[in-house]
Every structure is written in structure tokens, then in C-alpha cells.
Ligand binder design. Sequence first.
Ligand code: PAF
Length: 273
Amino acid sequence: MDLVHTRAELAAGRAALDGTVAVVMTMGALHQGHKALLRAARARADRVIATIFVNPLQFGPNEDFDRYPRTLDTDLAICAAAGVDLVFAPDRTEMYPAGEPLVRVNPGPLGERFEGASRPGFFHGVLTVVLKLLQLTRPDFTFFGEKDYQQLTLVKRMVRDLDVPVEVIGVPTVREVDGLALSSRNRYLSDAERDAALTLSKALRAGADAARRGEDAEKAARAVFDGSTAELDYLVLTDPDLGPAPAHGPGRLLVAARVGATRLIDNAAVEVA
Ligand code: PAF
């Protein structure tokens, strides 16, 4: 496995890769969820590139950019064990040589809802770095976790709307046995906060059960937050493309909540009877 830090080194490393190429973009602090992405990439493409970059553009002024976990040595060991061929780990100047980019990808109206409403500018930052990394790595496939469902949906939409020549593939969320969705931010949680964090996945299960019975999924899911120290931000039923809630058929239940100082998100597929 080769590790490169500059775009010149990346270009040389990319040119040496034969066959089909998949890229898995990460901000490091890799866990089982990232391993699932790398496994899916390895199974689909001849060569796998992983990128590791904590993207300042997608953090708000009061968010956790400074304390976001940076664990490069462990991340590299995970990439090597997962059969990654090339890791691109640039620094800020390498990614944004002209400083803060003046031109950014506009995520459109969906980028202003849910996560975008709570984190203004978040999806401008995400889509801008994703597009840049796609240009720099030129993959055939790119893999994103369903855990960040709105991000996955917007990346698919960007690729379609802007004719980016890559196939975007979603990978199911990996959970702890008790249901907690894996996230790099889980490591911020104390034991008590981790218990409270289970409210999100419990709420999704309650909502999915209610939907299957033809009952109000949002109401059932919200009720799980009563008496929990997890502070609900939004809980909403949509269709699978994040449009209006379906009267019947497949839907997606999205939740975001604050547990102590940590903001967590989760989502699940539901079937509305
Ligand atoms: O999901 C993430 O880790 C980030 O949003 C991504 C896609 C690597 C862009 O910085």
C-alpha cells in the first residue's frame, strides 16, 4: 500500500493503478463502518484508493473541527489490512492551495433541509470536497455509508446533475449489537451518554414498527425521546429520495439529536402500510 500526501504524488500513484478503481473518502478515525465501505470497494473494483482528510469546509465555527479524532497510524493499519492500494492523506494547503475556495458546489434546496438546516453550509463543504476528490482520484466507483443518508443522496444527485463520470454506491449502516450506529463521534460519549445515544436507534425501530402497522411513524419515534436526556433536533419521515413522506410503500426515517456536547444522526428504511 502506498501513502501519498500531495496531488502530484497522487497523480503518479493513480496513473500506476490498472483496471477499475474505487475510492472511499473518509475523515479518518476509521471504524467498522469504514471497514464495510473498504470491503465493498475491494469486492467491486480491481484497485482501491482511500482518502483521509478532515475537511475544514464542512465544519461550522462552533463545531468539533479542532477536536475531531485524528488517528492516522491506526487508520493506515486498517487500510492496509483491508487491501487498500493507495491512501491519499493531504493537508489543508494541499487540498485548498488558494485558501478558502470562493467557488463551491451548491447542494440546492435539499442541502438546506435536515442536516443542512442545523448545520448551515455543511453540504456546500461536503460536496465541494467530494467533487474535488473525485476529480483528483478519477474512480469508476465511489462508496458512501447509508449512515449519512442525506450526504449519500446529495452525492448521487450531484453526480447525476453535474455529469460526473462515477458510480455512487451506498453501503448499509454498521451497528453495535445494541443498535448504536457506528460513528467516529461515538468516541466522544461517556458511558451515560452512550446509553442516551441508544435513543436514536430505538426511536427508529419504534417508528418502523408503527409504519408497518399503518400507524404514525414520526409520533411513535418521537415518543421514545420522552424522558431521555438525548435532545431531539429533528425526526422526519420522507420518501427514499428525501422527498415528502409516502402514504404507502418505502420511506426513510431520519433522526438527529444532541447527547451532551455530541450531535448524532441516524436513519432507517421503513415500509409504510
Ligand atoms: O462522510 C465523511 O466522512 C465526509 O463527509 C466526507 C465524505 C469524507 C467528506 O469530507
